[in-house]
Design a protein around this ligand. Structure first.
Ligand code: F6P
Length: 548
């Protein structure tokens, strides 16, 4: 497999797509609907239990066919095969990228026999431990079941399980409470520990590297708290850990049976499917965790085998490219209409922006094309009452993803029906907008005097044609969550292949980490003669003055 393929912007299809974009920008999306009564059928796909409705995108079948051509000329199929075959597509770290191996069922052979065997063995160990904690067979020194599980991690060692436990809270009945502590200031940890009973508290230190400052700092604070309450000898029974770094887990004092290895071919932001998901497995139980994996695997098989025209992740990724590179929409708002998904936008921020937030291509050359969108979002109804104003009428432009479950995840269908109505109404409003004529007619109907109508009209006009996709699914259950995550993962991969990016490294976060470590002594001990850059010396002096 060549280390690099030809990025999309260097292919002739790119110019064709630019021409189609120019053609389509001139047509309101509503008009595209009026011209073609079969538009929904043509621009929506139901696959793997999800319905992707992209009929409100500024697209038509001709432009879509060009996007499929783009997928062909950049060699997307070969890149997918390379990932599945375990080729070292993470070139800068010389690593395979095999999170798809983590969700395979026995006998699928993803990544080869050795990897499958290792995955199955570790999965069984982790699930055995999770089930033991969940059911109370594994206990702390108090001889009582654990009632509180605190995951200490950050980035991919936090966001995946934190988001998924929240999303699947309807499946956590009878499980210990799970908390996720990440930030270095210690506030969240202090909050969690305030009323915690040490005898029934289990900490899980999740860190692929076991060198991350935030995680190690919080883990040490937690360890000191526990040892202070129960004695040093209690530590091995109250701490589990997940890492590739066995030595560090050992040095920390984690009992060998409570240590769960992972592999360097699992990227942090793709790791919720590994033992990093142990807190999720404790929360939802073994059967649900396996369904979560199964959902991911179903999406994997779909992505690996379906033609582009039916392939949801490829479609989603190509539409993202269309919006970013051809429609000049540099941000994507992710809007779930189920409150349980409230951490999903944050999860996607790492997935998309840490993966594709790059400006050099695989061969190290600077790119002169736009890459990953800025991802943001909030549960839909909250968003309607805060930033939707900007999306409807502001000058900043964004693409929108609506995530919409049909059935309530808390048994309150009546209220979910209102969430559905809200979501569909917004999708419609963003598309159709509201013309000056409509506003005028409405105000005239209200018998407003003409002298007041005219100045009001521009304030009430909505331009419309704000592109959105609706991802409709039946219910937020473990399998569906697995599918949704894998859908976005493979969409991110699709985008990376178009742009010629390595989606699996993250060198951009290293500089800040290194500088923090250099600065920390100067902050802790200002009089100690530690070096600090001139640019922060003055601020540090004020910090010191105000801290006294
Ligand atoms: O912040 C960057 C990062 O390296 C992420 O990619 C990763 O998920 C996170 O830090 C945590 O890393 P670790 O699991 O090694 O503690």
């Amino acid at each position: 497999m060549p280390a690099t393929t030809r990025p999309g912007p260097r292919t002739p299809v790119w110019a064709d797509l630019t021409a189609h974009a120019t053609r389509l920008v001139a047509v309101p999306v509503q008009e595209l609907f009026e011209r073609d009564p079969g538009r929904f059928e043509r621009l929506s796909r139901e696959q793997a239990g999800l319905l992707l409705d992209f009929s409100r995108q500024r697209l038509d079948e001709i432009a879509l066919a060009k996007l499929f051509q783009l997928a062909d000329v950049i060699g997307l199929r070969a890149r997918i095969d390379a990932m599945w075959q375990g080729a070292h597509i993470n070139t800068t770290e010389d690593r395979a990228v095999l999170h798809v191996a983590l969700r395979q069922p026995r006998g699928a052979g993803v990544g080869g026999a050795d990897i499958e065997q290792a995955v199955m063995a570790e999965r069984a160990r982790m699930l055995g431990f999770a089930q033991g904690v969940r059911e109370g067979a594994i206990q702390g020194t108090a001889g009582k079941p654990f009632r509180l599980v605190v995951n200490v991690g950050i980035g991919g060692s936090d966001l995946g399980p934190a988001m998924a436990v929240q999303a699947l809270s309807a499946f956590t009945l009878g499980a210990p409470r799970c908390e996720f502590v990440s930030n270095i200031d210690g506030v969240h940890l202090a909050d969690v520990l305030r009323d915690a009973d040490p005898g029934t508290t289990l900490f899980i230190v999740s860190s692929k590297t076991f060198t991350t400052l935030e995680t190690l700092t919080n883990a040490r604070t937690a360890r000191a708290w526990l040892a202070g309450k129960l004695g040093e000898e209690a530590v091995p029974r109250h701490f589990a850990a997940v890492s590739v770094n066995t030595r560090a887990m050992n040095e920390f004092g984690v009992h060998p049976e409570y240590r769960f290895p992972m592999w360097d071919w699992v990227g942090g932001r793709y790791s919720v499917w590994s033992s990093i998901g142990v807190s999720l497995a404790i929360a939802i139980g073994e059967r649900n965790f396996l369904e979560f994996l199964q959902g991911g695997h179903e999406m994997d098989e779909h992505f690996r085998t379906a033609p582009w025209a039916e392939n949801l992740p490829a479609l989603m990724g190509l539409i993202a490219v269309w919006n970013i590179n051809f429609m000049n929409l540099p941000t994507l708002a992710v809007l779930p209409y189920d409150d349980s998904l409230r951490r999903f936008p944050a999860y996607l921020q790492q997935l998309e922006m840490e993966s594709n937030g790059k400006s050099v291509s695989l061969d190290g050359k600077p790119m002169d094309w736009q890459t990953a969108a800025v991802i943001w979002g909030e549960p839909g109804n909250n968003a309607q009452h805060s930033f939707f104003q900007l999306l409807h009428q502001g000058t900043a432009r964004a693409a929108l993803d609506f995530l919409l479950p049909v059935r309530s995840s808390c048994g309150n269908q009546e209220q979910q029906n209102l969430a559905i109505a809200s979501c569909l109404a917004q999708a419609e409003a963003f598309m159709t907008g509201q013309s000056a004529e409509t506003v005028r007619a409405e105000l005239e109907r209200q018998e407003m005097p003409p002298a007041r109508i005219e100045p009001l009209i521009p304030h009430k006009v909505h331009p419309g044609s704000r592109p959105s996709t609706v991802v409709l699914f039946q219910k937020l259950d473990p399998a569906t969550l697995g599918k949704l995550i894998a859908l976005y993962e493979h969409s991110v991969f699709t985008q990376s292949v178009v742009w010629g990016i390595n989606a699996f490294d993250q060198w951009g976060v290293e500089l800040g980490k290194r500088l923090t470590e250099q600065l920390a002594p100067a902050v802790q001990d200002p009089g100690g003669g530690h070096a600090a850059p001139a640019s922060v010396m003055k601020l540090l002096a004020t910090v010191e003055k105000w801290r006294r």
